[in-house]
Every structure is written in C-alpha cells, then in structure tokens.
Design a protein around this ligand. Structure first.
Ligand code: 6PG
Length: 244
C-alpha cells in the first residue's frame, strides 16, 4: 500500500485540503481519460468538503466530465434526511451539472444493491472484474467502520459482488464491497474529532489490532490512500504527517 497521512488543525483545514486533492485528481483524470469517477461518502465529516466544492471551488472543476457514485447509501427515499444522496445534493450536486449514479435505496436493500451493481458495470463496461474508481471518499465511524462495512460483518468477506445489502444496522443500507474500495486509484479518508482517536491510534500504531477495523482493511491494490485527519482525531498518532 502506498499513501500518506496529513494531520491538520481542524475540519476546515481538512476540508480545504480535501478539495485541493479532489481538484488535482479531477484535472489529471479528465486530462488523461476525459472522465472522473468519484464515489462519495455519507456521514457529517465530508459535508464541508461538499459545500466548498459547490461554492468557492466550483469553477475549478469540469463538472460535466464527473461521474458521481456513492460508497454507501441508506435504503430511504432520496428526499429523506438520512439519504447520503440528499446530503451531497443539497451541498453540491444541486449547484453543478455532473452525472449522478444514485443508489436507489427506495427499492430496498437487495434490489438497490443489484441495480447499483448493474449501473456500475454498465458505466465501467465491465462484464466481470472490478471497477477502478478514480477517487473514493471515505469516512470512519467511532467503531472503525467505513462506507457501510462494519466490524465483524459478513459483507467484509464478500469477494464477488460489487455492492451488497447491509441489514445489521438501524436502517438497512447498500455498500460497496472491500475489493471495490481497494481497487480504486485513490482513496481519501476524512476523519475528524476526538471520538475517532482511539481507533485511529490502533490503525496507525498497532499492527495487531489494525485489521480488527474495516477502515484498517483499506489497502489499495494498485492505487494510494490519503488520510486527512484533524489534530483531535490524531492525538494517538506519533508524528505530524508522513508516508504510510
Ligand atoms: C455513512 C458513511 C459512514 C461515515 C462514518 C463516519 O453513510 O454514514 O459512509 O461510513 O463515513 O459513519 O461518519 P461521520 O463523518 O458522521 O463521523
């Protein structure tokens, strides 16, 4: 795995740095392939990034060459307050003209997962094998989950499907699977807040415990991973920023 981690002063700094990474990757991907495929994360942490991309950084990106996907989604309508689509739409997608590949959570977990996988395969022209997303934005829960891959979940063992239903949660969800996440060209973690410090310490400082956490299982096969961490979340990590 190649990558780097940056410890930044707070969520604003994390979000500005994330926006610059997004812009750089979109420019190189569009210059080389004419497209930029990105899967967004849910949760609260990336909200400022999405707001920045839809406002002060909006003119830095060729939105009509961007294809938006999601790392995971809750099985609710797209208007529901828990919808990851809605969060991104309100902050960003309503302000730009990009291509949107929404997880149709309203279909229920199994059908939504199947339809989403079909959409991904169509987009990447894949009969089999794994898509290569140019960028996947990820958060991390206090238990070390990422996307909707939770500690101990059966979905962590999935090696064939691109997207699977998740039932052992309050609201059923759909998530991309670990092989898809680890096949991305770039993975970008945004982690902020003291509540994440303990798990981050294990992931960064304790080889034995790292793999107990889904976020610790993120190890891109071909690409690289960048962790953007605020100082509160980084209290247990030695050193400021560095290579992984
Ligand atoms: C989701 C996210 C999930 C999130 C973490 C962290 O749909 O909820 O994909 O993996 O990134 O739960 O959430 P916060 O950013 O709110 O701490």
């Amino acid at each position: 795995m190649t990558g780097e981690f940056h410890v930044l002063s707070g969520l604003e700094a994390v979000s500005h740095k994330a926006a610059s990474v997004f812009i750089k990757l979109s420019e190189s991907s569009i210059a080389s392939k004419g497209r930029f495929s990105v899967a967004l994360s849910g949760g609260s942490t990336p909200g400022r990034l999405y707001a920045f991309l839809g406002s002060e950084y909006r003119d830095n990106i060729q939105w009509d060459s961007v294809d938006f996907f999601w790392g995971d989604e809750r099985c609710v309508s797209k208007e529901h307050e828990q919808s990851n689509f809605k969060s991104a739409y309100d902050a960003l997608l309503s302000k730009v003209s990009a291509n949107i590949h929404r997880v149709k959570g309203e279909l229920g977990p199994e059908r939504a997962a199947i339809e989403y996988e079909n959409d991904i395969r169509m987009h990447f022209r894949l009969k089999s094998g794994l898509p290569v997303f140019d960028l996947i934005v990820l958060g991390m829960g206090e238990d070390g989950h990422t996307a909707s891959l939770f500690p101990g979940s059966e979905s962590l063992k999935e090696t064939e499907r691109l997207a699977v239903p998740v039932y052992d949660v309050e609201i059923p969800r759909v998530t991309l699977t670990l092989p898809v996440l680890n096949n991305a060209s770039h993975l970008l973690f945004l982690v902020a807040g003291r509540s994440k410090a303990e798990v981050l310490r294990h992931i960064f400082e304790n080889e034995d415990k790292r793999y107990d956490y889904p976020a610790g299982l993120i190890s891109p096969v071909h690409g690289d991973v960048t962790w953007l961490i605020d100082k509160d979340a980084a209290t247990g990590i030695k050193g400021g920023s560095g290579a992984l």
